[in-house]
Design a protein around this ligand. Sequence first.
Ligand SMILES: [Fe+2]
Ligand SMILES: [Fe+2]
Length: 473
Amino acid sequence: MTAIVSNEKIPNNVNLSSDKRLQRALEQWLPNYLGWWKEMGPEGFQANDVYLRTAISVAADGWANFDYVKMPDYRWGIFLEPAQEGRKVGFGDHADELAWQQVPGEYRSMLQRLIVTQGDTEPASVEQQRLLGQTAPSLYDMRNLFQVNVEEGRHLWAMVYLLHSYFGSGGREEAESLLERRSGNPDKPRILGAFNAPMTDWLQFFMFTTFTDRDGKFQLLSLAESGFDPLARTCRFMLTEEAHHMFVGESGVARIIQRTCELMKQHPSEDVTKLGGIPLDMIQRSLNMWCSLSFDLFGGEISSNAASYFASGLKGRAYEQKKYTDHLALEGNVEIDVPKDGRMVREQIPLRVAMNEILRSDYRDDNERVVRRWNEVLEENEITTFRFKVPSTRFHRSVGVYAGHPFAPDGQPLSAAEWEARKAEFLISDADLAYLRSIMTASVTEAGKFASYIAPPRVGIKGRPVDFEYVRL
Ligand SMILES: [Fe+2]
Ligand SMILES: [Fe+2]
């Protein structure tokens, strides 16, 4: 295996041509994938040239090549980080044994479930975003959307490679099913909640790529520690792509905030919706929505599944090797407040059973850093009357101990009646969505021009100017 990606029908750095059976199986999956892409990928732009990056290597620096590509010709492929000689299982009951190069029989179904669940999110997000090209705020943003989309498609390839290589006929069937489920379809929905939520405008897209792609980062960080070595190496390369998705989200929201501040200063007495801008409180409601949906993706606070994943060495904590010295996690507890009989009771949760909560709280800290940077945009613009906040992990949850208990974004318990009365103050509402659709009716297609509600970026992509023709229409 090398760092350089081959130039075959399925680009790869795993020496695919030496395994004819696997190569043939993946070449048979390829037209099915392309069929799915054409049906469910970005609608209306399949024949356009888009300035995209493509992996040509897995080396840390300079892995990407930038050029115009038509999306169906994107070089989706299979890229794993190089193996580390003698790598050991880093945690759990098998800590210090040699990492597995084949699936350990006793963990087969658990491991397959982990890979399928991760794999299902990748095409789901492409489906959720498929109409957004028609309302892009600029060519620069349209290109970023398509870059995210093709890379989520590649992430699907990464998981399908593992299913085909290591899980026999069961794995091949799961690979087919990944192309059959559809985001938001009541009969065959995607597996996880946030990946079935509709995404009808660009504020929701930027919040999704900030918060839900960041969930992806933390899931990948924990799988990058896996004792199943091919999964760990796959996820390490995926993380390099994920960083761009989160950049698109965070910088997109920051540019919307910047523009709102400018409009507030130009017309201090005016409602920014009169000027085609997005009010700060509406941005906060979207933040509350996607952050809370993403908290759910980490699973229940108290989870025997999470304990099994950790015990078996399949899924660790984020930065398991770097951050922790005790990799057994058999001693110690995590304290959480659990709602019981109308009040909050502090409970001690044994570490292994609390693995979901540990990952979610690392994720929450990362979100705090992002929101601090958004608040800096307010500070630079001398807006003193508003600050963005990360909602409490209790707020608006459908999974875990807080599900079914209404809380305000600051974590205070509410009665069911209070929740109903105040829901539209907390979460993006139908009225908000209707307003956002009204200011996003068509794409801005002149290079260097931007929609009324968003500031231009400071720099373009890969040294290109902001007014570069990122998509040739
Ligand atoms: Fe992904
Ligand atoms: Fe992503």
